[in-house]
Design a protein around this ligand. Structure first.
Ligand code: C2E
Ligand code: CA
Ligand code: CA
Length: 536
């Protein structure tokens, strides 16, 4: 018969429960979903009352905590786990590390670490076979106590697992300050939402954990689909009903006998750890990332595959297309580029990886968004390597949408090309003057024979200055420019040009926009042939 005990009944029978083994441990295995091998187990407290039957942690643990009894119960479970490991050692059964839960109230007992270490020593169990699970809530009373406990656990060689990660409000904050060896991510906090926000949070946490070099165990995994999803984002360790419910020590021993085992390891090893700073909400990098750099993103590169990890708001607005952050993160940049652009981008990544310097390129990409449909945009990317782990690279990229700039430049370039080639064949020197900007663009022949640069700014001053136009014609020529700006359609005269003062027939024709405003003046100069003077 099972009946929930009252607080009084519970307190009254607690000592007896400890002494007679009514409080004991069940074990739940932790599995590598990729290999099927066991990597660890968690000891979970059970209380079987001789009269009231099975009691559940969710009912009795809060009461034990409230009455400051959890400490003794936790030490008891730790001792049970030590005894279990001792038995495995004695019977020659290969075992895995067993994790014991530490209540957040245990940290107020300043002999906690020394006590568990004394128990471990008593059973002479290698420290690597025992882990401690702590919860984020241990940091509630301030970081000092928990940091001190973690330091002392580490000094003895215990690995510490951060339990229930993702349940707390300040998960990222806590994590950056606590040196934990394993992160346990509880799927139940994020259930049913793998494709949505939950999925983004999960993959961010997993990615962040990779950067911190910390393995992640997904707990509360009930469905194959959850385990497969976790594996797909690089987290293969799972604990949950999918593989096994918590089982008795005898059942667990049997499972150890019949299972393949392996040790837990970080998903990847990072050589450089700069990247971690981008996750620190207080760091300069994060501040810069969010506020100062314009469009920025962080992505990883492995086996030719790009994975977008983080983008800031300005990145989204640079890309435009009204895409959501999720869409942008899911977007595989390679798919947006044609062969040529892919090559350009790939070369740039290669150079960035080799040199460690910021390297830039411009690539055209085709985006397709729900709201804007399909469009081709040009992105200038400045890329810098911020981390490397084996074959995996981590890049930081600043982006600019240069589509408009590019399009107008291309249009200009094409018309200019036509114009410049045309004059080459027409035996004429030709140029065009943008009347608004006073920029002059000469034909190839001007550039070649007269040494005129591709663009002359503040026309005509530079050509007056360098003697192409004789000084005595300077004022007249300046006046021409004024007339053209004012909408005069046509001008012509014979002017001795170049230092050789060779007479040229100079003509101007003006182009107007649809409102009749003068846009450009097209100039040409042809050699005066004998007799031309007289014809006019
Ligand atoms: P926890 O540390 O997060 O332990 C995991 C809990 O999730 C266990 O519940 C486990 O039975 C349950 N669980 C495991 N896989 C699944 C799954 O796939 N689906 C679902 N729905 N649940 C799953 P349990 O044993 O009832 O323990 C509840 C909590 O009680 C633990 O949560 C832990 O906070 C606390 N607890 C258990 N044992 C101890 C202990 O020895 N000391 C302390 N201080 N707390 C303990
Ligand atoms: Ca736990
Ligand atoms: Ca947990």
């Amino acid at each position: 018969m099972e009946k929930r005990m009252s607080e009084q009944e519970l307190l009254a029978s607690f000592d007896e429960a400890l002494n007679y083994g009514h409080i004991f441990a069940c074990y739940q295995p932790k599995i590598n979903h990729t290999t099927g091998r066991m990597i660890g187990a968690e000891a979970l407290m059970r209380w079987k009352h001789p009269v009231f039957g099975m009691q559940y942690p969710s009912d009795f643990i809060p009461l034990l905590e409230k009455n400051d009894l959890i400490y003794r119960a936790d030490l008891n479970i730790f001792e049970t786990a030590c005894k279990f490991q001792r038995r495995c050692l004695d019977e020659g059964i290969a075992s895995v590390p067993i994790s014991c839960n530490m209540s957040r109230y245990d940290i107020y007992h300043d002999d906690y670490v020394d006590n568990i270490e004394a128990i471990r020593a008593k059973y002479d169990v290698p420290v690597k076979l025992l882990h401690i699970e702590v919860t984020e809530s241990s940091a509630i009373g301030g970081m000092e106590l928990i940091t001190d406990v973690l330091n002392r656990l580490h000094s003895y060689g215990y690995k510490v697992e951060m339990d229930d990660f993702g349940s707390g409000y300040s998960s990222l904050n806590v994590l950056k300050d606590l040196e934990v060896d394993v992160i346990k991510l509880d799927m139940r906090f994020l259930s049913g939402d793998i494709g949505g926000r939950g999925g983004t949070i999960i993959s961010s946490i997993v990615q962040m954990a990779k950067w911190l070099n910390t393995p992640v165990i997904a707990e509360g995994v009930e469905k194959l689909q959850q385990a497969d999803y976790m594996r797909s984002i690089g987290c293969s360790y799972v604990q949950g009903y999918l593989y096994s419910k918590p089982i008795t020590d005898e059942e667990f021993l049997e499972m150890l006998r019949s299972s393949d085992l392996e040790t837990i390891a970080p998903a990847i090893q990072l050589d450089e750890m700069d990247a971690a700073k981008f996750w620190d909400p207080q760091s300069m990098e994060t501040l810069i990332f969010n506020n100062y750099v314009g469009g920025a993103a962080i992505f990883s590169f492995l086996d030719g595959k790009i994975e977008m990890l983080r983008v800031n708001k300005k990145y989204m607005s640079e890309i435009g297309m009204n895409m959501t952050e999720k869409e942008v993160l899911k977007c595989q940049p390679w798919d947006c580029m044609d062969e040529h652009n892919r090559q350009v981008y790939n070369d740039t990544l290669k150079r960035a990886a080799e040199t460690g310097e910021e390297v830039s390129c411009e690539t055209w990409r085709t985006f397709c968004s729900k709201t804007c449909g399909e469009d081709r945009i040009c992105i200038r990317s400045s890329i810098r390597l911020i981390g490397k782990a084996g074959q995996q690279y981590l890049f930081y990229v600043l982006v600019n949408n240069t589509t408009n700039e590019k399009k107008s430049y291309d249009a200009l370039y094409n018309s200019e090309r036509r114009f410049r080639f045309a004059s080459e064949h027409a035996n004429v020197y030709a140029w065009e003057v943008d009347l608004a900007t006073k920029q002059m663009r000469p034909c190839f022949r001007c550039m070649r024979d007269l040494n005129v640069p591709p663009v002359v700014y503040n026309y005509p001053e530079p050509v007056i200055e360098n003697g192409l136009f004789p000084p005595d014609y300077a004022d007249m020529y300046r006046d021409w420019m004024k007339q053209l700006e004012n909408g005069v359609e046509h001008l012509e005269a014979i002017i001795p040009l170049t230092v050789g003062r060779i007479p040229f027939h100079v003509r101007y024709t003006t182009e107007f926009d649809e409102n009749g405003k003068p846009l450009k003046a097209y100039g040409s100069a042809t050699l005066v042939v004998d007799g031309e003077d007289g014809d006019k």
